[in-house]
Design a protein around this ligand. Structure first.
Ligand code: NAD
Ligand code: MG
Length: 395
């Protein structure tokens, strides 16, 4: 954007954990003096969406749920804020002329609008990692074709982005993704089999949305992040390592050909990565906690246990197999995660369902078009759902 005039921004998924933090950061960076908010989108929480739209003076508010159009319309009556709903509403929001789009819808639901925003040429602050997992090449080339810049918001990928100068990319040997290990880092498989969704969603360090919190407990979140890193930074799967670092202070690292490792550190607060993406290429001033190293005293590391956390193995399998396997893993995991949260299947069944569907769909026709991705995604969802029903009947 031009200096001096506000940057025009749209927030897809404004009512979520990342979305709310994004609006907090917009406020910290100067609010309406710094940002002109074009569109905000949400799903079920109409009250919050309407409050947000009024507070930031958005031009448009969109709910993904068509049946809530009337509720949103009346919540915003008399404000002059345009209202839309459903898939077409999301596309309308995504395609508005802006400088920057924060892509913070959770899951594959974010793929079509985020792709549309990328093609439109906006810079993309990407929180929705599922875009890169299910449609990696397609998404990266959509951003390139549109001419915008892709700035990662996932804390690990923001750390890597911050640790990697463009003219040193040739010397990158490896990427080291840090993982907190989640709430069950030290739990046996026997105990894991019995955990409740309430326990699984209570993350020790980060406060996040439901799906990603469960994904931290299974380490499926890290599995998605391995594939995300592969596409974002064009590194080979073999060059992507995962290390468990329970304090979540080092957000990830890049290892170079001279033996140097460059890392980014900070308090576990998503606003740092969000602020970085919103102010890029400058550094913003943010009111977040500063690290006190004397208080930290120590940083711990341990190798991840792939027997207890099979998701990491599945990510490597998906990348090695190629084709639609990453999209299939992502879709099956999303369905399995919802079934676990609903109390329909156990904790360990999430990875079992994902792996079984991946195996079933190993020869599923591959390709780069959006329709090919959606077809694989839909098939994987259907197969995961029928597996889950069978598991339920057997239990
Ligand atoms: P969340 O569940 O808190 O919020 C999700 C947002 O998406 C909400 O605005 C919701 O209204 C919207 N949404 C939900 N279902 C939708 C649908 N079917 N159609 C359209 N919109 C829908 O999730 P979150 O934790 O904010 O995560 C958002 C994305 O950011 C995810 O892809 C997640 O992996 C990624 N991410 C989150 C964090 C974090 O700290 N929360 C960190 C890194 C990456
Ligand atoms: Mg992350």
């Amino acid at each position: 954007g031009r200096t001096g005039s506000p940057r025009r921004i749209t927030v897809l998924g404004a009512t979520g954990s990342i979305g709310c933090n994004t609006l907090d950061v917009i406020g910290q960076l100067g609010g309406r003096d710094a940002f002109e908010v074009e569109a905000l989108t949400g799903h079920a929480n109409i009250g919050l969406l309407a409050e947000q739209a009024k507070a930031v003076g958005a031009k448009m508010a969109v709910t993904a749920d068509e049946t809530l159009y009337g509720a949103l319309k009346s919540a915003l009556a008399g404000t002059g804020i345009a209202v839309a709903a459903g898939a077409s509403g999301l596309m309308e929001a995504a395609e508005r002329d802006v400088d920057l789009v924060m892509a913070a819808i959770v899951g594959t639901a974010g793929l079509a609008p985020t792709l549309a925003a990328a093609r439109r040429g906006a810079d993309i602050a990407l929180a929705n990692k599922e875009c890169l997992v299910s449609a990696g090449r397609l998404f990266v080339s959509a951003v390139a074709d549109g001419g915008g810049t892709l700035i990662p918001v996932d804390s690990e990928h923001s750390a890597i982005f911050q640790s990697m100068e463009d003219d040193q990319r040739h010397a990158v040997e490896r990427i080291v993704l840090t993982a907190s290990g989640g709430p069950f880092r030290q739990m046996s498989r026997e105990e894991m089999a019995l955990v409740t969704p309430e326990r699984a969603r209570a993350h020790p360090n980060w406060s996040m949305g439901l799906k990603i919190s469960i994904g931290s407990a299974t380490m499926f979140n890290k599995a998605l992040e391995m594939i995300e890193a592969h596409h974002l930074f064009a590194v080979a799967p073999e060059a992507i390592e995962v290390i468990v670092h329970p304090q979540s202070i080092i957000h990830s690292m890049v290892g170079y050909s001279d033996g140097s490792v460059i890392a980014q550190l900070g308090a576990p607060d998503m606003r740092t990565a969000i602020g970085y993406a919103l102010a890029y290429p400058r550094r913003p001033k943010l009111n977040v906690e500063r690290l006190d190293f004397a208080k930290l005293a120590r940083l711990d590391f341990e190798a991840p246990d792939e027997a207890r956390f099979p998701a990491l193995r599945l990510a490597r399998l998906a990348m090695a197999r190629g084709g639609m396997q990453s999209a299939v893993m992502n879709a099956a995991e999303e369905v399995a995660c919802a079934a676990f949260v609903a109390g329909r299947i156990g904790f360990l069944a999430m990875a079992e369902v994902a792996e079984a569907v991946m195996d079933e769909m190993i020869d599923w026709p591959a390709g780069d078009g959006m329709q090919v991705v959606f077809a694989a995604d839909a098939e994987a969802r259907a197969r995961a759902a029928s597996r889950i029903s069978r598991l339920e009947r057997a239990a």
